[in-house]
Write a protein that binds this ligand. Structure first.
Ligand SMILES: *Cc1c(COP(=O)(O)O)cnc(C)c1O
Length: 808
């Protein structure tokens, strides 16, 4: 073991610091410290450096009276923070060496950090990438959300079925957090609105209140340029224990208020199949939105004095409609508390707020039963009515017809009356953006057709991006080093500089080195998979990866059916030159989504059968890796050869997984959906495998009424695969398990699996052909890496900053 005197000055300084923290903060002797103690000491040591930058950044913003960006999101899928912070602070080497001098391995300590799964999928991960890019671009920003105690569920696979368990990411405490008890706000629910304030002003008297208090996590930008704040709210009861009740012997009843407050911050997406589940969800949304808006306005008034200048100093971005009640909350505070006239308050609100739409699916657009909304938020209901009458007046004045006016209304009057959150967000924002070019185009002709006609300047596009720090540098240090050797290190500060690789796309030596890194990543993944699920993989096989939430529109089922067809083909024609493939799946299904859970079971059923069939001779393996999260993605993406982005065209708003894979040199097989369209434009038509119907063709087919049975009968491969699954070939223990799932494809096939199957299978064979020519494959991989720098979230955030927030 090297002795401290062998350490460089920076390392020995880091080491002294580490030991000091271990003793005085963790309270441990280095002789007795456990791995967890060292992990904590390492984070706290690093955190000290981060905090110095944090304070500098905050001072600078106050001194310059800078405009701040406030990003409100119900989800922040941040994952682990240690490697990110070390790397962005430029301290990885020092920390590694300091730990090594005590015989410790940094990577092993990193593995002790829990994955902060405060999100569900792409939307939450986008928020996390945006926070990192905001800091990297030196833009003062706060992220606002909820500090879920259990977050997203942890997925276990038992007999092939998904089981949901609570995620206990806080079990060992969280060394990144700062408890800000002084930043606390009361959030009310229910009660009544009375008009007995001064001058007849309206006063909301809530029936209950909880206290929201802030817990801050620093977010470090690239090269430690700026440290911003992720402020997550936790809830406590105003009256945590009713002593009279407790002393009267009702010990549990005395704590009921605390339990109600606790329920607000327990889990992300409580099941909303029951009325109480729905109510909890709306309470969560209002809870974090109200606390955030109160915090933003308090800060503004404290430093700027006049609430009317809010839009000059604050840009509030709503990540989807979950925080859309912000529009009514800002109005309430401006009108009821600061005494602004309605019209003036409305202008201030609109100038401050921007709204990002993430879905076109009508069933995914949030709306609340009006009686629930009114009971929980009576004052906001009045404000929504007032906004609505204004919007409808404008619509009529603009000459819109009755149908358009009723689709614009903030209240859905068809059947049970509901409050439409997307319409509220649209009306109350000066900017409404989609997340990929196709998605934005479709917004204008589908969900927001009429609102777009009324406010034609509001919709704009901001194609999503991912942070290249986490999704290239940190998750794939091998590839990063090879790129650095090839083109220098400018790409670290400007991902679009990756385009310098284009000049080297046919360079055999570079192709070779990138292939070596890919193979090493595949070896590492194979050994991880062996450990977790016990399946042995050949690292020279083509790793074909589909990892994302399990959803019918994402069409894991299309991939599985093609897997069955391939299995069939390999067995019928063992003499052909098959490319050995490993099909890897991972993803969580919403707990109440029956078909999605059945698709997970099918993947596991197919895996069991295929992996144990000696007649495929190792040409095909199928893996379902449990509990997909950010940490798993960081292992899987650098090891992928092929990226599956195969949603039904028109249904994936953007996708961001697609970008991460291409950045790591995987080739994409995909439909012309979401950002795939733009990825194709950037990498070139020959470097991506596009198949299937376009969004227009899907819409046309659906409108015409299409007959999947006819299509299935014309495809022998497809009909055989469907029949095999339906008849229980993969589920001999329960032969009818998949009868209904397959029946859905024969009967309506809403997601167009049969329409796209032949084209998908043909694209897969084109993938094989390219793979057999390794030189061509390597060139394609380089061209992918070279041309997706544009999909950096730095570019995306730059566009938001210039066009929407006006902070650049
Ligand atoms: C990037 C990412 C997603 C989004 O993936 P899509 O393929 O775009 O749906 C979801 N979950 C995790 C953990 C991610 O890292």
């Amino acid at each position: 073991m090297p002795k401290p005197e062998a350490l460089s000055p920076q390392v020995s300084e880091m080491d002294e610091h580490l030991i000091d923290v271990l003793r005085h903060r963790v309270g441990k002797d280095e002789r007795a410290a456990t791995q967890h103690d060292w992990f904590k000491a390492a984070v706290l040591t690093l955190r000290n450096h981060v905090v110095d930058r944090w304070i500098e950044s905050t001072r600078k913003t106050y001194d310059e009276s800078g405009k701040r960006v406030y990003y409100l999101s119900l989800e922040f899928l941040i994952g682990r923070l240690m490697r990110d912070a070390l790397s962005n602070m430029g301290m990885t080497r020092e920390m590694e060496a300091a730990l090594a001098s005590h015989g410790l391995d940094l990577a092993a300590l990193e593995d002790l950090e829990p994955d902060a799964a405060l999100g569900n999928g792409g939307l939450g991960r986008l928020a996390a990438c945006f926070m990192e890019s905001l800091a990297s671009l030196d833009i003062p920003a706060y992220g606002y959300g909820i500090r879920y105690v259990n977050g997203m569920f942890r997925q276990r696979i038992q007999d092939g079925w998904q089981i949901e368990l609570p995620e206990t990411w806080l079990a060992h405490g969280n060394p990144w957090e700062f408890d800000r008890r002084e930043s606390a706000y009361r959030v009310g629910f229910g009660g009544e609105v009375v008009a007995d304030g001064p001058d007849g002003a309206v006063i909301w008297k809530p029936a209950e209140q909880v206290e929201a208090s802030a817990i801050d996590t620093p977010v470090v930008g690239w090269r430690g340029k700026r440290v911003n704040t992720l402020r997550l709210w936790t809830a406590t009861a105003l009256d945590p224990i009713r002593l009279d009740t407790f002393n009267a012997g009702d010990h549990v009843g005395a704590l009921v208020e605390e339990a109600r407050a606790d329920a607000l911050v327990r889990v992300l997406y409580p099941a909303d199949s029951s009325a109480s589940g729905q109510e909890l969800r709306l309470r969560q949304e209002y809870f974090f939105t109200s606390a955030s808006i109160q915090d933003i306005i308090r800060r503004h008034v404290a430093y700027m004095g006049d609430v009317r200048t809010l839009p000059d100093k604050a840009a509030i971005q709503l990540n989807d409609t979950h925080p859309a009640v912000a529009v009514a909350e800002i109005m309430r505070i401006l009108v009821d508390i600061h005494g602004l006239e309605f019209n003036e308050a409305w202008e201030v609100t609109k100038k401050t707020v921007g709204y990002t739409n993430h879905t076109l699916l009508p069933e995914a657009l949030e709306s609340w039963p009006l009686p629930l909304f009114e009971r929980l938020l009576p004052r906001h209901m009045q404000i929504v009515y007032a906004i609505n009458s204004r919007v409808l007046r404008e619509a009529r004045k603009a000459g819109l017809d009755d149908a358009a006016v009723s689709s614009i209304s903030l209240i859905d009057e068809g059947g049970e009356r509901r409050v439409r959150m997307a319409n509220l967000a649209f009306a109350g924002a000066h900017s409404v953006n989609g997340v990929a070019a196709l998605h934005t185009d479709l917004m204008k002709v589908t969900v927001f057709k009429d609102l777009h006609q009324l406010y034609p300047d509001r919709i704009n596009n901001k194609t999503n991006g991912v942070t290249p720090r986490r999704w290239l540098q940190q998750c794939n240090p091998g590839l990063t080093a090879v790129i650095k050797d090839a083109i220098g290190d400018q790409f670290l500060d400007d991902a679009e500089k990756l385009s310098d690789l284009n000049a080297l796309s046919t360079d055999a030596a570079l192709g070779e080195r990138i292939a070596e890194v890919k193979r090493a990543n595949k070896v590492a993944l194979a050994s991880y998979i062996k450990e977790v699920v016990g399946i042995r993989l050949d690292p020279d096989a083509l790793f074909d990866v589909q990892i994302k939430r399990i959803h019918e529109y994402k069409r894991q089922l299309l991939n599985l059916i093609e897997t069955v067809a391939l299995y069939d083909q390999i067995r019928s024609h063992p003499e052909r030159d098959w490319v050995p493939r490993v099909k890897i799946f991972a993803g969580k299904a919403a707990p109440s989504y029956h078909n999605a859970k059945l698709i997970i079971k099918l993947a596991n059923d197919i895996a069991r059968r295929v992996n144990s069939d000696p007649s495929v001779g190792g040409l095909l393996k199928v893996v379902f890796l449990p509990n997909y999260n950010v940490t798993k993605a960081e292992k899987l993406i650098p090891a992928a050869d092929l990226s599956e982005q195969i949603s039904t065209a028109g249904m994936e708003a953007s996708g961001t997984g697609n970008m991460k894979f291409a950045l790591n040199g995987a080739l994409t097989i995909g439909t012309l959906d979401g950002a795939n369209v733009e990825i194709k434009d950037h990498v070139g038509d020959d470097e991506i495998f596009i198949f299937g119907l376009t969004a227009d063709q899907v819409a046309e087919k659906r409108a015409q009424g299409y007959n999947p049975r006819e299509v299935i009968e014309q495809s022998r491969e497809l009909s055989q695969a469907l029949a095999a699954i339906a008849s229980g070939v993969f589920s001999p223990d329960d032969p009818h398990r998949y009868a209904d799932l397959m029946g859905g494809i024969y009967d309506h096939d809403w997601f167009m699996l049969s329409a796209d199957f032949d084209s998908y299978a043909a694209a897969q064979r084109a993938v094989d052909t390219r793979w057999l020519d390794q030189k061509a494959w390597r060139t394609s991989a380089i061209r992918n890496i070279a041309n997706v720098g544009w999909f950096s979230s730095d570019r995306t955030i730059g566009e938001y900053a210039r066009d929407i927030w006006k902070v650049l």
